[in-house]
Write a protein that binds this ligand. Structure first.
Ligand code: ADP
Ligand code: MG
Length: 318
């Protein structure tokens, strides 16, 4: 018997996460989310289209996981506390095996990003997935792309270039001698992690027990370091100087990517969903983060003193 729209929603999209802020989730005409005085709502949405944003035949659980994390990464960049998400999905003929996989990936990402699924829309059509996320920050406390000041330290979370190397492995453009390296790098592409907790701590540091200054600006790295640091530089009205020797790389990345190709991946490879942020000079570096350069007066982004406007477009980003 064919699955009705309501069976499908009940079976695959309900009871996914809970929070004391969600007063009403899936099942009514709208979800209800509690908002507390003094906090402001952040809303961001992202769409993934089969063949455009993911390869046809990609595992359903990975598609769902990635859809949530790429949307959640925008909340991380604002320093927002995650509150809830809604999912609009257009599906070809419902395939319960595919849907079960999708639902599993969705549930895992919902738990990891602390985003209960509170509603959505299910339609018939080509495979298109839109995830809308909601988060909150205390009024006036969010992180923005603007705010970096000359003298600040330029920092990044995690390691760079892994997701781009993972995509190259999936496309057969790179080969890994060690299957563990291949698994690590492809997972960095297929299952990115939004840096939600780091974002919240960069926003809230001044109010934490230790009085560490908060970040002055932040952006998530979705299009590659150069592209996204250029957005931060422009919005802040500053110049950014990157020192390539300081760019953090994983062991797997170093074993798989030729030294002569590494800079390309580090500077232009997208999809890492790490955070790029600026800290006042006196502020301590959070754990797992690396200082990669400095904020200066001026404009644009340079690497080792060379302007980076063009010339690192290996992946066709930007
Ligand atoms: P309405 O007709 O009132 O817009 P729908 O019939 O589209 O409601 O959906 C019924 C309920 O299921 C709503 O609460 C809606 O938010 C939820 N819903 C529909 N599709 C999804 C989905 N893909 N994920 C989560 N919730 C969904
Ligand atoms: Mg209705």
């Amino acid at each position: 018997m064919a699955l009705t729209e309501f069976d499908l929603i009940h079976q695959f999209f309900s009871d996914m996460g809970a929070s004391d802020r969600v007063l009403l989730g899936v099942g009514d005409d709208a979800a209800i989310i509690d908002t507390t005085d003094g906090w402001v709502l952040h809303v961001s949405t992202d769409t993934l289209i089969e063949g455009v944003h993911f390869l046809p035949g990609c595992a359903a659980s990975d598609i769902a996981y990635r859809a949530v994390m790429t949307a959640a990464s925008d909340l991380a960049a604002m320093g927002a506390a995650p509150r809830a998400m809604v999912l609009a999905i257009s599906l070809p003929e419902p395939d319960t095996t595919w849907l079960a996989g999708f639902s599993t990936g969705l549930r895992a990402a919902s738990a990891e990003a602390r985003l209960p699924l509170v509603g959505g829309d299910t339609t018939h059509g080509p495979l298109v997935i839109t995830v809308t996320v909601m988060g909150e920050t205390p009024a006036g406390q969010c992180l923005r792309r603007s705010g970096a000041a000359p003298g600040d330290r330029l920092c990044v979370s995690g390691t760079l270039g892994d997701a781009a190397a993972g995509l190259s492995l999936l496309r057969g453009e790179l080969v890994a001698a060690d299957p563990a390296d291949a698994a690590f790098l492809t997972a960095r592409f297929l299952r990115p992690t939004a840096q939600i907790t780091l974002g919240e701590s960069l926003r809230a540091r001044a109010t934490a027990a230790i009085d560490i200054a908060r970040a002055t600006a932040a952006i998530d790295i979705s299009d590659g370091l150069i592209g996204d640091s250029t957005h931060l530089a422009t919005r802040s009205g500053v110049a950014l100087q990157i020192d390539h020797r300081q760019l953090p790389r994983s062991t797997a990345f170093c074993s798989v990517v030729e030294p002569s190709q590494q800079l390309n991946y580090l500077l232009s490879g997208g999809d890492d969903y790490e955070l790029l942020f600026t800290l006042p000079q006196s502020a301590a570096l959070p754990e797992g983060c690396t200082e990669i350069g400095r904020v200066m007066a001026g404009s644009g982004v340079s690497c080792d003193g060379m302007p980076t406007v063009k010339g690192y477009d290996h992946f066709g980003h930007g």
